[in-house]
Design a protein around this ligand. Structure first.
Ligand SMILES: [Zn+2]
Length: 145
């Protein structure tokens, strides 16, 4: 199974590059290179997956574990690719609707096709202090009788 490990290592490198550069200015070009590299890995994975299934059927090899493992890796890569595509869209000044995948201008608050709210996640979305309890509760049963 050397080819699977090999492709996994390559994809990890790609992910590391993408991870390290976030926070800095990432050039659109670099994002595209990373995305197409991941895409290449994923199509390579499909080929490997096909081979595993072929062997399983043809020779009765029990490589279900290998198949499951490969599928897991593929899902990680796909998630990474989706994130890269989102970043590419952002770099291009568009935001992709999470519901219908329509491209909207980055200033849009709602999808112009389906009307879903478009979250701009680098806006201050997660100011997580909403515990504004009133400081003093008036009248705590001051019975004066
Ligand atoms: Zn939409």
């Amino acid at each position: 199974m050397g080819f699977i490990e090999d492709s996994f290592v390559k994809a990890k490198e790609v992910i590391d590059i993408a991870g390290k550069k976030t926070g800095e200015m990432i050039s659109l070009q670099k994002l595209k290179v990373n995305a197409s590299s991941l895409q290449y890995q994923i199509s390579h994975d499909y080929e490997a997956l096909g081979r595993l299934c072929y062997e399983a059927k043809k020779n009765g090899e029990k490589n279900e574990d290998a198949i499951a493992e490969l599928i897991e890796e593929m899902d990680e890569r796909k998630a990474e690719l989706a994130e890269l595509e989102r970043q590419i869209a952002l770099a291009k000044g568009v935001v992709i609707c999470p519901v219908c995948s329509t491209r909207n201008v980055i200033t849009a608050a709602y999808c112009n096709k389906c009307g879903s709210k478009l979250s701009q996640d680098d806006a201050e979305g997660s100011a997580g202090e909403e515990n504004e309890t009133p400081k003093e509760e008036p009248e705590k049963s001051e019975a004066e009788e």
